[in-house]
Design a binder for this molecule. Structure first.
Ligand code: FES
Ligand SMILES: [Fe+2]
Length: 450
């Protein structure tokens, strides 16, 4: 029986507050043939760190499919269906060869593209190699991550080279973290910057910097072509206004700016601390596969630690299920505890969204529209490219010295947050080499004109 509004609002109403019990399958299910799964398969996605891939095959699950990744003796990466085309022994027990991988059971040899090179027990004239290929996906290595395209071959898009992936003087350290929950719980988190005020600062202690505990003014904007959402996140901290832009590209790329940002001086558009993909393993588990960025414009207080970035580890608290005990997680929960504790697949119908959830609601809405558009035969829209030919991204920090207004400081924050966000957006297509300089020029001119 459905709960009535009176029962919902009454005290001691535990008896009536039963779960609706049905997950939002359209958004959360990712297996082959599901609308969400077909949508996800239209994008390149990282599947693991290359450091995990060797001559010993690596068993993986991605989008509900069991796969085996390996590097053959000539150094080429392969990503094949787990079960051998012959009689389904697992290629995780395969032996890599100069070219491809050999199934342990009867010695069939598969190239990295699935071509059957040898069926040694069959007659020389066997028709099998000519009429069959092992299931395989194209892969590409980039800076320590192995990416795959698992969609229809005729729709393979260009590799997503973001402007933040090719910055001179920037070190990108790969990492991968397992989350035992649905991908959307993890992927929607960056559109909710208010959790940083509470989870990361006020509720226990400051995980990053005390300035993160100031309540921000947040605005969400669709990216051109509805390829994703960016937000502006504006706070006052003493004499400074801190305007942070962050973004999510559909389906699940997110870029938070400097995670140890400290608004103690003016800064003009240092870029991102993290570039991350949330990659569904299956409907009830996922991975963050990502890079931490290190360069001289980020983390000026030197709180990061690149040696603590890798497989199931990253250099800030509360991000994995292995670094701390359950009790430690209870005493100072982080993103990991908050997100996995929503359940294997959280029930949206049981939520009570408020005004601070505007970004999460927008993201889900945009995602649903995108899934339906692809199911209806549309191609996913192309992201904006900058003058260098790279995908232009929005995330970064602008920190300017603007003393508090005696009249209405919140109105001032709102106005300048909007104007600085618009300036960052106006520079989207510039070459990365000139962008920070132009942002500084335009922000200073705007402040002078006021
Ligand atoms: S099961 Fe793989 S060769 Fe027979
Ligand atoms: Fe967080």
């Amino acid at each position: 029986m459905a709960i009535t509004p009176e029962q919902r609002a009454m005290r001691y109403n535990g008896y009536f507050r039963r779960s609706a019990g049905v997950e939002d399958a359209e958004l959360t299910h990712v297996g082959p043939g599901t609308p969400g799964g077909e949508y996800f398969r239209r994008f390149w996605t990282p599947v693991c760190m290359t450091a995990q891939v060797s001559e010993t095959p690596l068993l993986l699950k991605v989008l509900g499919e069991e796969l085996v990744a390996f590097r053959d003796l000539s150094g080429r990466y392969g990503l094949l269906h787990k079960h051998c085309s012959h009689r389904r022994a697992s290629l995780e027990y395969g032996i890599v060869a100069e070219r491809g991988i050999r199934c342990c059971y009867h010695g069939w040899l598969f190239d990295v593209d699935g071509t059957i090179l040898e069926v040694p027990g069959e007659p020389e004239s066997s028709p099998i190699p000519g009429k069959l290929c092992q299931g395989a996906y194209p892969v590409r290595e980039f800076n320590g991550l192995l990416f795959a395209y698992m969609g229809p071959p005729e729709h393979q898009p260009e590799f997503p080279l973001l402007d933040t992936m090719v910055q001179p003087g920037n070190d990108m350290v790969p990492y991968a973290i397992d989350y035992p929950c649905n991908w959307l719980q993890v992927a929607e988190n960056p559109m909710d910057p208010f959790h940083s005020v509470f989870l990361h600062t006020r509720v226990t202690r400051a995980h990053f910097n005390p300035a993160w505990g100031a309540m921000p003014i947040v605005r969400w904007h669709p990216m051109r072509g509805d390829t994703g959402i960016y937000l502006t996140n504006t706070r006052r901290w003493n004499e400074y206004l801190w305007v942070r832009t962050a973004e999510v590209f559909l389906p699940a790329i997110a870029q938070p700016p400097d995670i140890y940002q400290n608004p103690d001086r003016e800064k003009f558009f240092p870029r991102v601390g993290i570039t991350k993909w949330t990659v569904p393993t299956d409907d009830a588990s996922c991975k963050i596969i990502a890079w931490r960025h290190f360069n001289e414009t980020l983390d000026l207080d030197a709180k990061g630690d690149r040696d603590n970035v890798g497989l199931n580890k990253v250099d800030f608290v509360g991000q994995t299920g292995v670094e701390r005990s359950y009790e430690e997680g209870q005493r100072m929960p982080g993103d990991y505890e908050a997100q996995i504790s929503q359940g294997p697949i959280t029930i949206h119908a049981d939520e009570q969204l408020g005004t601070t959830d505007g970004g999460v609601a927008r993201y889900r809405r945009m995602l649903r529209n995108a899934i339906r558009a692809v199911a209806g035969g549309d191609a996913p829209p192309e992201p904006v490219r900058n003058a260098d030919g790279h995908i232009a991204t929005m995330a970064g920090d602008v920190i300017v010295r603007v003393p508090p207004s005696n009249a209405d400081d919140l109105a001032l924050q709102r106005e300048l947050g909007d104007r600085i966000g618009a300036i960052v957006e106006s520079t989207l297509e510039l070459s990365a080499s000139e962008r920070a300089g132009v942002i500084e020029e335009r922000v200073r001119a705007m402040l002078e004109e006021r």
